[in-house]
Design a binder for this molecule. Sequence first.
Ligand SMILES: Cc1cc2nc3c(=O)[nH]c(=O)nc-3n(C[C@H](O)[C@H](O)[C@H](O)COP(=O)(O)OP(=O)(O)OC[C@H]3O[C@@H](n4cnc5c(N)ncnc54)[C@H](O)[C@@H]3O)c2cc1C
Length: 449
Amino acid sequence: MTFGVASTAVLDPNCVFLPGTTAHVSKAVALLGKNDCKFAIKGAGHSAIPGAANINDGIMMSLARLNSTDINMENSYVRVGAGTQLGKVYEALDPHNVAAVIGRFYKVGLGMAVGAGISFLSNREGFTIDNVVNYEVVIAGGKVVNANATSHPDLFWALKGGNNNFGVVTHYHLSIFETPGVIYGGQITYPASSLDQLADVIYDYHVHQAVDDVLTHALPQYGYNGSMNETIATIPVAYNDAVDELPEIMQPWVKLPHTKSTLKKRTYGDLATELNEGFADGLVQEQRVFTVYADAQFYKDVWFKYRQWLEKYRDVPGFYGNHGNMPITPRQVQQGVAKGGNALGLEKGPQEKTLGIIYFGVTFDNLEDRAKVFPAHKEFVESMIEFAKSRNVLHPLIMVTFSGYDQPAIASYGATNVAKLRRIARKYDPNRVFQRLVPGGQKLPCCWS
Ligand SMILES: Cc1cc2nc3c(=O)[nH]c(=O)nc-3n(C[C@H](O)[C@H](O)[C@H](O)COP(=O)(O)OP(=O)(O)OC[C@H]3O[C@@H](n4cnc5c(N)ncnc54)[C@H](O)[C@@H]3O)c2cc1C
């Protein structure tokens, strides 16, 4: 995937605060609240939403120095500082033959642990949020709270999807799972001539592979390079076991004609490092997302239409389009329920259907081209949401971690969950510090007083 982080980088905070301990965060939150001072909370800064993790005329609190990883083998969790890059977590865990349920790219951060979080292990274990066993969090006023199944369980539930609306998480306790030390994974690159058949493999992954073998993993995506007017797909594919080749169920990925494969036995850390290499730091980025019930024809049609739309902007310098399509299997949803529930509201839909997270991302070089591309991109994705409705496949979820800045991600959890989130926010943050003073990112739907 090609991504940029310019939305975070281009803002100009009055100062950057780099707490080194939970106590520093606690003092800062107390002080900022008392003085009505605006601030932003930055994990590793990979949200594409402008201002999600940075701020003009305020303080950017970067958690980068909270980067410890302490493994507790006896109780099967790792305590991770909230500014730690995911690759560092894998590298700390790999030598102990354990892994956490976290994202797939080295430099990305734990913002996903208050959002959703799709991992190599998600087909078996669910989202990242479902595998947090404790949030060490500084709430409004500066109090440090441990939110887990038995201590502040309401806050625990709210943090599982509630983004930066409830406090500053300083450390996550993430469940760890035994691994064989190495797994089999890499990226497979398919030429344009394979893409029609690739769509069938992607659908098969959503409804068969990911469902019937929980050790499978793939991140289906297509890429469009404007300057070359070229479409290819480079797809991360992995099997979470120390096998020498993909098992039979995943053979469609390798049987399809491809131009390159980096599949091999390797650690999670090594795989996260390779995936990160496609990164395009410094580019302008816009992303949008919606969710559908898995549907082979819809998947094909939406990509075809996006490909046509992308071509219209091929002359924009550095233009690159990315279309991702990630499954949420029924088991993933059930894992959320079994592990205590989360705020996303997924358990209310038909339980037997795989969902597809339909992702659209564009990047390009110059901020001046925003006015040309962003509104048109929004209009296109809105038209695809209408298209999904017309095909009867639209699901309400707007996944917060992949959402556009003006997409109603938290409202998409449903009225009951939103009301519950508001009640919990009112209880822990009566002065609305995290609504008023932390303006960036996906906020609770307006309004409560
Ligand atoms: C290259 C790339 C690869 C990605 N890969 C994956 C993937 O494999 N799986 C997946 O699920 N998602 C993935 N994502 C999306 C990712 O989940 C989100 O961008 C995520 O929010 C990034 O977290 P961060 O800490 O890097 O970002 P940030 O921009 O620092 O944070 C995101 C939001 O969370 C809030 N936040 C962060 N930390 C805290 C905290 N400690 N306390 C309170 N609020 C906090 C911030 O205020 C901000 O609003 C990817 C994104 C990129 C750009």
